[in-house]
Design a protein around this ligand. Structure first.
Ligand code: SF4
Ligand code: FES
Length: 386
């Protein structure tokens, strides 16, 4: 009989679950889901070595394990700390954690420009979400923000270095998804920047994936730049038989009307891509005919992207005909027979400028035959004297 694997019991924000040994606190919390899962700006499940850079996932360990129930003296990065049997963790139930996270967000925003109104990442930016949840209205930082020389990364990828939070995700992605990484982090400390050293364009056929892994708008799609806001687009899941050996061919198409504005890999509920796609699928297949459409992408209803999109909504049963004994509603009230407003012969699109009340003057006020107004309940004595 195969040995049964012993599971570890861990309690996070008063909810106890069992997970396999070797699971990080972050992944255990993600199993519970919702707000219990700490935010993560640098950890990325599919990228080896990611995590431990941004500190947004800090949690308090109130008891280390059943064997040693002492609390851990400092907050720990949940993406890099594994659970122990009997561990007790506090995330949103800890004031210390919330306070520390507020501080981390303040640090991340020290150099990050507040250019969400013109940033293509707005609406799907992890830092924007964090800023709303933990940000302060003002800044205490008094010095000039960092600036960088503009760096051209080729025809597909736009780098905005001032927005970068140094999470290293794009470097790990380029390292692990392409055979030859052409960019990295140059210099150290405050001078550290994403660059190709000797200006080179990023041209590997899988390099477009660094756009999807970037948690902020530091790396964006040049073919989509300034073309639309994500919340005006309609995302649908689609696939194609891509000839690239490593490409999944499974994407999200972002539509407006009949036009496909951009193509991205599919992200899960934690904003992570599991199946990466090639540059050809991402940048060159922007016609509906290139894809087999599966259906609307499920977007969290809390996301701004879901504004105006209603997936799986059931229309309430129509009861008006029952109430009216089968009569049609317009038989009861034809607005044109009782009101001067909304007269069908006035074509509002032909009026020069916005419509005013004078566009709807009663007939007699405009010298027309008053008998045509007979029976009009809105035709008051005051108007008749005019
Ligand atoms: S460019 Fe984006 S993915 Fe790369 S280190 Fe900066 S924030 Fe992270
Ligand atoms: S997600 Fe854990 S340190 Fe960044």
């Amino acid at each position: 009989m195969a040995d049964e694997k012993k599971l570890f019991k861990v309690t996070i924000d008063n909810i106890t679950i069992e997970v396999e040994p070797g699971t990080s606190i972050l992944n255990a919390a993600r199993k519970i889901g919702g707000d219990v899962a700490p935010p993560a700006m640098c950890y990325y499940t599919t990228l080896k070595g990611s995590g431990g850079k941004c500190r947004t996932c800090l949690v308090e360990v109130a008891a280390g394990s059943t064997a040693d129930p002492r609390p851990m003296p400092k907050l720990v990065a949940s993406c890099r700390t594994n659970v122990m049997d009997g561990m007790v963790v506090k995330n949103i139930t800890s004031d210390k954690v919330i306070d520390a996270r507020n501080g981390v967000v303040e640090f991340l925003l020290i150099n990050h420009p507040l250019d969400c109104p013109i940033c293509d990442q707005a609406g799907e930016c992890s830092l924007q979400d964090l800023g709303y949840e933990h940000g302060k209205e003002g800044t205490r930082y008094e010095f000039a923000r960092r600036t960088f020389e503009k760096h051209d990364m080729g025809p597909y990828i736009q780098l905005h270095m001032t927005r970068c939070i140094m999470c290293f995700r794009c470097v790990y992605a380029a390292d692990q998804l392409t055979e030859k990484r052409q960019h990295g982090i140059l210099d150290r400390g405050d001078h550290a920047e994403i660059a190709t050293y000797i200006q080179k364009s990023l041209d590997h056929d899988f390099i477009g994936n660094i756009i999807d892994v970037c948690p902020v708008g530091a790396l964006t799609d040049k073919t989509f730049r300034f073309k639309n806001r994500v919340w005006f687009l309609k995302p649908v899941d689609a696939h194609r038989n891509c000839s690239h050996a490593k490409c999944s061919g499974k994407v999200t198409l972002w539509y407006r009307g009949e036009e496909v504005f951009r193509v991205t890999a599919r992200k899960d509920q934690w904003g992570e891509v599991k199946d990466f796609i090639c540059n050809e699928c991402r940048f060159e297949k922007k016609a509906t005919a290139d894809w087999e459409i599966e259906g609307p992408t499920l977007v969290s209803r809390h996301s701004v992207i879901s504004q105006g999109h209603y997936v799986g909504v059931e229309r309430p049963q129509e009861v008006l005909y029952d109430v009216l004994d089968g009569r049609k509603p317009q038989l009861l009230m034809d607005i044109h027979s009782v009101s001067e407003v909304d007269r069908p012969e006035i074509d509002l699109s032909k009026i020069n400028g916005p419509a005013h009340s004078t566009d709807f003057e009663p007939h007699e006020a405009r010298g027309l035959n008053p008998t045509s107004q007979a029976g009009n309940p809105w035709n008051t004595g005051k108007l008749e004297k005019q």
